[in-house]
Design a protein around this ligand. Structure first.
Ligand code: ADP
Ligand code: MG
Ligand code: MG
Ligand code: MG
Length: 417
């Protein structure tokens, strides 16, 4: 019923308003038996779990403002439209890694989707020190397949331009990323916060580092103009849900065309921050060393797995605008095609390292923090963890052109005092 005026749902009105949808009645059973609870723990939207006699679903609805801040920060409802378009593309490009969509209503800014259960948010699982065997492989496949298949290495030119134009309207969410990730952490912006007074000196030095600010803006220039592919746009460990064997990506409302390294870098940064947070959570110094090793192993395996899958797709699905086989394989010039792939991947790596660094800064100095650091109750101990993560971020932003691979990042992460 896209014709009716937008109205935010609550647990009571949801049954009345969605109970008449045939596809949902079939899936969930008689609406008289639906149980609804609001579970949203995110920064922006309403999320309800609806359980019926014969099935369950999640209903996510955008609000006309930022949930974390309130009505004083308006944000367009259209983010639900972009999220659902991104979910549909991700499902086609990497089957099985996102929740299935059951129903959507762009006018009401809502999406009804698969209830992921017994999944938990990966960030919480990392805080609990749990290992997930298939996680790195799933993340590598998701990034490689969504980023390659959404790029002009794979897409036909007309479809590609139409898609770029569609997502170009996700302006306000993109603006949030541009400000919160690339600018606010590097000066005393109003919504910033950091552990004070412990970090004050370090933060002052960081903000006085002129080369760092130049490099952060170079990275922002890449984010704003290098439209390589459709990004998830918010691929942190709070946008990933896991069980022992399954991994799903949720919440792509920040989807926009940008550089591949943005998604991968944000993802790796969240494992590296979890690494530096361990000292705030372990019972005795060193107690979580095996877990530290596993977190760094995930970083290694995500990049290696991404690159391997990307190379395979370069061989088998390079049917888009760029590097046409007519110039290479068809001429017998296989080596040149491989060289081009290596060059392309090298650029993605350099971007990945840089975006990884700025993500570490903004999660400690900006508006949106992460639980594994915020939850360290002792402020001195928390500040020690945060300082190490900030310093690693700085080394990554400044050193991204000369850092050879994930093993070098792991070595830097371990070495920081
Ligand atoms: P926001 O955009 O506000 O961050 P999210 O999409 O991240 O909203 O959802 C907020 C929370 O709701 C998630 O952290 C998760 O706990 C829960 N959630 C969201 N989607 C699902 C789903 N498909 N299945 C189960 N839980 C979900
Ligand atoms: Mg979220
Ligand atoms: Mg959120
Ligand atoms: Mg979100």
């Amino acid at each position: 019923d896209g014709g009716t005026e937008y109205l935010a749902l609550d647990a009571d009105s949801l049954v009345q308003r969605l109970g008449s949808l045939q596809d949902l009645r079939q899936r969930l059973g008689d609406p008289a038996g639906w149980q609804v609870r609001e579970v949203g723990d995110g920064n922006l939207n309403l999320v309800f779990i609806v359980e019926g006699p014969s099935g369950a679903a999640v209903v996510k609805q955008a609000l006309p403002y930022v949930r974390l801040v309130g009505e004083s920060w308006p944000l367009p409802l259209t983010r639900a439209f972009f999220e659902r378009h991104a979910l549909q593309r991700q499902a086609a490009r990497c089957p099985g890694r996102v929740p299935e969509i059951y129903h959507y209503d762009d006018g009401q800014a809502l999406t009804v989707m698969e209830y992921l259960t017994p999944h938990v948010i990966l960030r919480k699982s990392l805080a609990a020190g749990r290992v997930h065997e298939n996680l790195a492989a799933h993340l590598a496949a998701f990034t490689a397949e969504t980023l390659f298949r959404g790029s002009d290495l794979c897409m036909e030119t007309r479809q590609r331009k139409a898609d770029l134009a569609l997502f170009a309207d996700n302006v306000d969410l993109c603006d949030i990323t541009e400000s919160l990730v690339f600018t606010d952490p590097y000066y005393a912006a109003e919504l910033n916060r950091h552990t004070t007074p412990q970090l004050d000196g370090y933060v002052a030095a960081l903000r006085a580092d002129q080369e760092l600010k130049v490099q952060a803006q170079h990275l922002k220039a890449g984010f704003a103009s290098k439209a390589q592919t459709l990004l998830h746009g918010d691929l942190h460990t709070g946008s990933i849900m896991v069980t022992d064997g399954d991994t799903r990506m949720i919440d792509p409302e920040f989807a926009v065309y940008g550089p591949m390294g943005f998604d991968i870098g944000m993802l790796l940064a969240n494992f590296l921050m979890a690494f530096h947070a361990q000292a705030g959570h372990e019972a005795a110094p060193g107690a979580r060393d095996p877990y530290r090793d596993w977190l760094l192993q995930v970083v290694q395996e995500v990049w290696d797995g991404f690159a391997a899958r990307f190379r395979a797709l370069w061989q088998s699905e390079r049917s888009g605008i760029l590097y046409p086989a007519a110039l290479f394989e068809d001429q017998g010039h296989h080596m040149a095609a491989e060289k081009a792939c290596s060059d392309y991947l090298r650029e993605v790596w350099v971007d990945t390292v840089g975006y990884c660094g700025v993500e570490m800064h903004r999660r400690i100095l900006g508006l949106a923090h992460i639980a594994e650091l915020d939850d360290i109750a002792d402020a001195d101990r928390r500040a020690d963890c945060e300082r190490r993560a900030l310093e690693l971020g700085r080394l990554l932003v400044l050193g991204r052109h000369s850092i050879a691979g994930p093993a070098e990042i792991a070595a830097l992460a371990r070495r920081i005092e």
